[in-house]
Write a protein that binds this ligand. Structure first.
Ligand code: NAD
Length: 488
């Protein structure tokens, strides 16, 4: 590692943030964070225990009333300062993201832009926390609604967008006047630690945001979620863990936001602009090395253009440069760990055994890191695991259809309902097919649609609730209806 990287890592807090102080875990426990491109150790972090989880919730509860009473302008100003600070520190954030998660530096810079936009967006939304006022139909009451902070929240984030997944939760919670305990993923916690310090530097008062990274996540979630003072859990991660947390949340009837797994269909019709569809496919599949909940998972292509689409997609995939994301020429970084590489190899083997052909890739990459070469599979049967499961890596399975109804049926044949993509030049088809797609997000002739100003979230087993947009603030507020008797 270069001196500048050592110097950057030295500036990242490695302890727990509780009540505004960085401190060690109560039992002195630690865990290690690796660089997936090299296998090298990046840092040793304090690993929070159940006692630390209690302390973090105590800290969040201690300042909850005071923070809820602050003005929306004050909260907006903190968020705006945090946006400015992240922009100043953009290169540090991008380097940390690449170091701990692997994505190429250019994409990490993109995540810094995207993630910081949540702070700017919610600094603007904070002061627009509107209610309504209207007369009762009988004219005997003046009826008002107002929004109040939901209260102390537990925020649990995944490793794949280490800044954006944290800012997408922290920013609306701050805007709404909630206090928080944040538990980042143990595989990539450094960006969140640095983000938390940046929030303090922006003037966020002690105790509003507490951070408990931990190698044993249920030691954090269980005690906090069983404590009646917690009011909300917001989770982004796998559907498997989301279901466990929903069970726990039911005990105290917590408000829940769940951003879970995806299995996005990418539909290409015979009237699509095929070059545009291939560009969109590269973005939708290969952004974040395929490790995105919105990643195109199943390419469902009309039989008359499938060969052309597959050949062009394979040409673009072959041009990707696999390697350490810190090298400027790299366009495809490592996967998060060796299990993820094994999982790609297994999905490709399974599809091949069931009749799929490998157009490119299908092999592990070289080097000490966790590399898998960008892969295109054609003639993939619906029975293949790659056509059914969330892939989360650089493998693109192509299936074919002949009729529009069949395409829609294949697309919806999944328990997930997060992102979907549709490529066609027919306006009629856009309306027909988009109304039939059972997904929370839909890109039409577009491969990337995430935006801080848009409500992000899924249906079915992809979760509930929306992050970003005006809706993102609702998730952190409770509505109170007030009826005032009027004499006429
Ligand atoms: P994961 O479910 O394994 O972990 C997510 C978080 O939950 C991590 O912080 C982890 O430490 C924690 N966790 C794990 N077990 C827990 C437990 N028993 N109690 C409390 N916390 C626990 O997911 P991951 O591998 O980090 O992320 C990949 C998954 O996240 C994919 O399924 C992806 O689709 C999903 N994801 C969804 C969105 C979205 O917005 N819908 C965004 C990004 C990622």
């Amino acid at each position: 590692m270069t001196t500048s990287i050592h110097a950057l890592l030295d500036r990242v807090p490695t302890q727990l943030l509780i009540g505004g102080e960085w401190r060690d875990a109560s039992n002195g426990g630690t865990f290690i964070v690796d660089n997936p491109a090299t296998g090298d150790t990046l840092a040793t972090l304090a690993s929070a225990t159940q006692d630390d989880a209690h302390d973090a919730l105590d800290a969040a509860c201690a300042v909850a009333a005071e923070w809820a009473a602050t003005s929306t302008r004050d909260r907006s100003d903190v968020l705006r300062r945090a946006f400015d600070l992240i922009t100043e520190r953009a290169e540090d954030f991008a380097t940390l993201i690449t170091l701990e998660m692997g994505k190429p530096l250019t994409e990490a810079r993109g995540e810094v832009n995207y993630g910081s936009e949540y702070l700017r967006w919610f600094s603007e939304e904070a002061v627009r926390d509107y209610g309504r006022s209207f007369p009762s139909p009988e004219g005997t009451l003046e009826m008002m609604t107002r929004r109040k902070p939901v209260g102390p929240c537990l925020l649990i984030t995944p490793w794949n967008f280490p800044l954006a997944m944290a800012s997408r939760k922290v920013a609306p919670a701050v805007a709404a006047g909630c206090t928080m305990v944040l538990k980042p993923a143990a595989l990539a916690p450094l960006t969140s630690q640095f983000f938390a310090q940046t929030m303090l530097d922006a003037g966020l008062p002690a105790g509003v945001l507490n951070v408990v990274s931990s190698a044993t996540p249920s030691d954090i979630s269980e005690p906090i979620m069983k404590d009646p003072r917690l009011r909300k859990i917001s989770f982004t991660g796998s559907t498997y863990v989301g279901k466990k947390l929903l069970e726990l949340a039911s005990q105290n009837v917590l408000r829940t936001s769940m951003e879970l797994g995806g299995n996005a269909p990418f539909l290409v019709f015979e009237d699509a602009d095929i070059d545009a569809a291939v560009n969109g496919a590269m973005q939708a599949k290969m952004r974040n090395i395929g490790e995105a909940c919105t990643a195109a998972n199943r390419f469902i292509v009309h039989e008359s253009v499938a060969e052309q689409f597959g050949a062009k997609l394979a040409t673009s995939m072959r041009q990707l440069r696999v390697g350490n994301g810190l090298a400027e020429k790299t366009t495809c970084g490592p996967l998060i760990n060796s299990a993820a590489v094994d999982s790609m190899a297994e999905l490709v083997r399974d599809a091949s055994n069931k009749g799929a052909r490998v157009l490119c890739g299908g092999t592990r990459g070289e080097g000490a890191g966790y590399f898998y070469n960008p892969t295109v599979l054609v003639d993939v049967p619906r029975s293949a695991r790659a056509a059914q499961e969330e892939i989360f890596g650089p493998v693109a399975p192509i299936m074919t259809f002949s009729k529009e109804d069949e395409a829609l049926e294949i697309a919806n044949d999944t328990e997930y309902g997060l992102a979907s993509y549709l490529f066609t030049q027919s306006i009629d088809r856009i309306w027909r097919v988009s109304s039939g797609l059972e997904f929370g997000l839909l890109g039409i002739n577009a491969g990337i649609i995430s935006n801080a100003a848009a409500p992000f979230g899924g249906v079915k087993q992809s979760g509930m609730g929306r992050e970003g947009g005006a809706e993102g603030l609702d998730e952190y507020t409770s509505l109170q209806y007030v009826g005032i008797k009027v004499e006429r």
